[in-house]
Design a protein around this ligand. Structure first.
Ligand code: PHE
Length: 455
């Protein structure tokens, strides 16, 4: 309560008003950001393909070696500079070119939101369709059903809903919006997660899925698995696009960023583990393919829901889980350009939220209409607009943003250790990881993703 008063945030933030998270509010919001669609469909898919638990172990190593040091660096820059993803770099060094580099993150976040909101919209549509039972009427060809849905204009409607809800929450401010809604959504999310885990673990034949997920097959690990695990650790912790930096700028000085880093990393990991324990037993119990890719959630799993008792209910819960995960991430992504706009154009928060949300929605329309819709035949370099925006942001701009953060903290900003509260061994280890390990690994991921190195 005391903290809340100190933060002084009200729903109607004026430009320049100090906005702060409470300490638990910050941890919840950061976990909400990291736990997202990526963990739920990308993680099980890549884990399935790369040796189950062996890949999971590799993912843990990557999280520790690359993810956590960059996560701490982002939050430290944000709190040290007390500014958005572009201006913090400038405030800490007085050098203009760093803020230009930081601007890359703001643009990346804006672009990611434009298509992330499309997928988040699909999850909302499927939540409604599943709870109402509409999804399970007229046959079980869920592939065609998804294609029919994606080829129409409904995805635009749902994308608009996601945008409006996220924009509305952000217009209410840091403590009255972001923090408040994460405090409501995350506990609800946890309950659904546990209900679904219990459901999937008690399905007939669930043990085969658990075994697949938890029994390591090291023969399937190769250099490619390592790069994928690293790339995923990065995406999963919401790094390289100013999200954690912007959230970091709202953290009180008294909060330990080191502990926050561990809590966020742990939260993300536990969630990835539970996501696997929901997906694999269900997949195995109904004889589906573990490596189904993005079709897993919308085409394969509905088959399982259509056959289990109370399937419409459990299916609805599953899509609701995805929708909450997507919404808490979407809020954090959209906050990056909104925080930038508030500072840059001196707009009030509600005005910045309105303008940024509307423009982002307009920019996202081509993505929404390019997955089987009217724009799907418009292909650039073999990729639809949706795939292209995804590829450019996730594989080019995010690694670039992460590299900028690592180099800035490792070489340009001399007082990072003080702000992060690290000294002695931990400071040296952190610096080594930021100066040497992370840049090398990020560059490798980048070169591999764009096809310059082949494994
Ligand atoms: N971490 C989120 C996920 O796993 C995605 C995300 C990326 C969110 C970047 C914010 C910023 O889906």
């Amino acid at each position: 309560m005391k903290k809340k008063q100190a933060s002084g945030s009200t729903p109607n933030q004026k430009a320049g008003t100090v906005e702060r998270f409470s300490s638990t509010g910050f941890i919840l919001a950061a976990i909400g950001s990291s736990v997202g669609l990526g963990n739920m469909w990308k993680f099980p898919y890549v884990t399935g393909k790369h040796g189950g638990a062996a890949f999971f172990l590799l993912f843990i190593v990557c999280l520790i070696v690359v993810g956590l040091p960059v996560l701490l660096a982002e939050m430290t820059i944000g709190r040290g500079g007390r500014g958005n993803a572009a201006v913090s770099f400038y405030k800490l060094t007085g050098k203009k070119y760093w803020s230009w580099l930081g601007l890359v993150s703001v643009i990346t976040a804006f672009l990611i939101m434009s298509y992330y909101s499309v997928v988040a919209g699909w999850t909302l549509h499927y939540t409604v369709e599943s709870f109402t039972g509409l999804l399970f009427r007229s046959g079980t060809d869920f592939k065609s059903k998804f294609e029919l849905f994606a080829s129409g204009y409904m995805p635009l409607f749902w994308q608009a809903v996601v945008m409006l809800v996220s924009g509305w929450i952000l217009a209410r401010g840091v403590s009255g919006g972001i923090e408040k809604f994460n405090k409501i959504l995350i506990p609800g999310f946890l309950i659904i997660l546990l209900v679904l885990m219990f459901r999937s673990l008690t399905l007939p034949g669930a043990a085969a899925g658990v075994e697949f997920f938890l029994k390591p097959d090291f023969s399937k690990l190769d250099a490619e698995s390592a790069l994928i695990a690293m790339g995923h650790a990065f995406f999963s912790l919401s790094l390289g696009m100013g999200c954690m930096l912007t959230y970091g700028s709202y953290v009180e000085k008294s909060q330990s960023l080191g502990k926050a880093t561990l809590a966020i990393g742990f939260g993300d990991l536990v969630y990835a583990l539970i996501a696997g324990l929901i997906i694999f037993p269900t997949v195995f119990s109904f004889g589906l393919e573990p490596g189904e890719g993005v079709g897993l959630a919308f085409m394969a799993l509905p088959v399982a829901f259509s056959q289990m008792p109370f399937g419409a209910f459990f299916g609805g819960l599953f899509f609701l889980l995805l929708a909450i995960a997507a919404l808490t991430s979407a809020i954090s992504i959209l906050e990056v350009p909104i925080a930038y706009a508030i500072h840059k154009w001196k707009w009030s928060r509600p005005r910045a939220a309105l303008y940024v949300t509307v423009v982002c929605f307009l920019v996202g329309i081509p993505s929404a209409l390019s997955v089987g819709g009217v724009l799907s035949s418009f292909v650039i370099g073999g990729k639809s607009i949706f795939d292209l925006v995804d590829f450019v942001t996730a594989y080019i701009l995010m690694p670039l943003g992460g590299l900028i953060v690592a180099l800035f903290t490792g070489y340009a900003w001399k007082r990072a250790g003080e702000e992060a509260g690290l000294s002695g061994f931990w400071y040296k280890a952190w610096m080594f990881l930021l100066r040497v390990t992370s840049p090398i690994i990020i560059v490798l991921i980048f070169l591999y993703s764009v096809g310059i190195i082949k494994l």
